[in-house]
Design a protein around this ligand. Structure first.
Ligand code: SAH
Length: 215
């Protein structure tokens, strides 16, 4: 197994060659991606691939997103450090960790109990405590703590989940893949009063958002 230094080197290369080279400039985001040990969020057998330019299996038919996709979506949220963020699809907890280091508090919803438990253990291990992990159908959002300054959905559904739009704060940003089962478009939706401004951030591929407002 590669040692700690090998992972730090792999991580630096990941940030330079996959993230910065593709146009992500936010120094806070680059710094956090340089620091969070992504290999701890995957099974031991896959650790040596954790900094490669693609998603990886995390069991239960789910995946940890490609590093660049994590960077692109996080960048689109425009976090400054003060925000309350809602994440749908905790999965491995890697995206959760990145968010937690860039905002005030993260609520993260996962439908598969085992994944949520595993993510909780890794987040504790790396001493990230400004998160609440909950188990349930995140396509309905998490109304108890709404409104949110930013919402990120890391699974794809057929349409924009209406509850998520309603749970956005004024000026809040929702980053979400929407489309068919094998290919989606990544959207950023910004709330301006009762208006929702949509921007197309490009094509993407996510696992299914399964639930009342998903598949
Ligand atoms: N950000 C995660 C992505 C995991 S894949 C990571 O990088 O590790 C997407 C996750 O969304 C899966 O774990 C899946 O179980 C979860 N998911 C799918 N539909 C959901 C729903 N309705 N509510 C909550 N989680 C959901």
């Amino acid at each position: 197994m590669p040692d700690f230094n090998d992972y730090a080197v792999a991580r630096r290369r990941m940030v330079q060659e996959q993230i910065a080279a593709r146009g992500i400039r936010d120094p806070r985001l680059l710094q956090v991606m340089q620091e969070i040990p992504r290999h701890l969020f995957v099974d031991e057998a896959l650790m040596s691939q954790a900094y490669n330019d693609h998603p990886l299996s995390i069991g239960e038919g789910q995946t940890i997103s490609q590093p660049y996709m994590v960077a692109l979506m996080t960048d689109a949220l425009g976090l400054t450090g003060r925000e309350k963020v809602l994440e749908i699809g905790t999965g491995s907890g890697y995206q959760t960790a990145i968010l937690a280091r860039l905002c005030d508090w993260v609520y993260s919803v996962e439908r598969i109990l085992e994944l949520s438990r595993r993510a909780q253990r890794v987040l504790e291990k790396i001493k990230i405590f400004n998160v609440n992990l909950v188990v349930g159908d995140g396509s309905k959002g998490w109304p108890a703590e709404a409104p949110y300054d930013a919402i990120i959905v890391t699974a794809g559904g057929p349409s924009l989940p209406r509850p998520l739009l309603e749970q956005l704060a004024e000026g809040g940003r929702l980053v979400v893949p929407v489309g068919g089962r094998s290919l989606q478009t990544l959207y950023r939706v910004t709330r301006r009063g009762n208006q929702y401004v949509e921007e197309d951030l490009g094509g993407c591929r996510f696992v299914d958002l399964v639930g009342e407002y998903g598949w």
